[in-house]
Design a protein around this ligand. Sequence first.
Ligand code: OAD
Length: 233
Amino acid sequence: MIAISDTDRVFVLTGAGVSAESGIPTFRDAGGLWRNYRFEEVASPEAWRRDPALVWEFYSMRRRVASQAKPNPAHLALARLEHRLRDRLFLCTQNVDDLHEQAGSQQVMHMHGELFKSRCDTCRRPPFPDTHVYEPPAQLPRCECSGQIRPHICWFGEVPFHLDRISRALQEATVFLAIGTSGVVEPAASFAAAMGSQARTIYVGPEPPANKSSFSETYFAKAGEILPTLLEG
Ligand code: OAD
């Protein structure tokens, strides 16, 4: 069990692995999304300029998959942890699905954006909820300003969201817990190494991440199977 004291501040970083047992494919495992798609063609500003229909097809497919998914015991355990720790828990996810919210987590920092939101690629209209699935040859969605509506996702080459709040929370944390992330995509891959000596750094997932040397404790198991026990005994 991971000991959390009454004064600990816990920073949780989740990756695709936390949603794997809910049926959402990861990116880099066998059968992962980046084995079947080239991210340069579907998840970059260049891809958007070159072929927005292909980009929308990719995110529509992901919306279809995610809309069928239900939270697993790992999401539920993290929601209960928030209930226990309140503002001493900071939940930061690289995932764009809404399974943490479905599980009951109230404060979720989506650093790579949200699958069920869109925004205009031209004007400053704020991101808005959007579950629409694009079926070619349907017209691509347009904003009132005539800009194109794009997924509210941080693509490769773009700056992740909420970095100020994330950086403050990292400085305050005494426990850093990464779950189901391969530790290759920056800046999240460097969070554990940036923790310094004030924090314990813990990894949970079935195999060692690329940044495993940044962790002081590791639990090699599926998140849905081990996290409830690790967090609640
Ligand atoms: P990856 O696909 O790179 O890594 C998934 C990790 O989850 C691997 O380390 C697996 O071992 C682990 N895993 C698999 N099943 C698991 C389970 N049941 N329980 C726990 N862990 C499990 O996904 P991320 O590290 O999240 O970015 O990828 C980071 C970013 O790269 C994504 O947010 C996405 C991607 O390109 C953007 O699209 C901007």
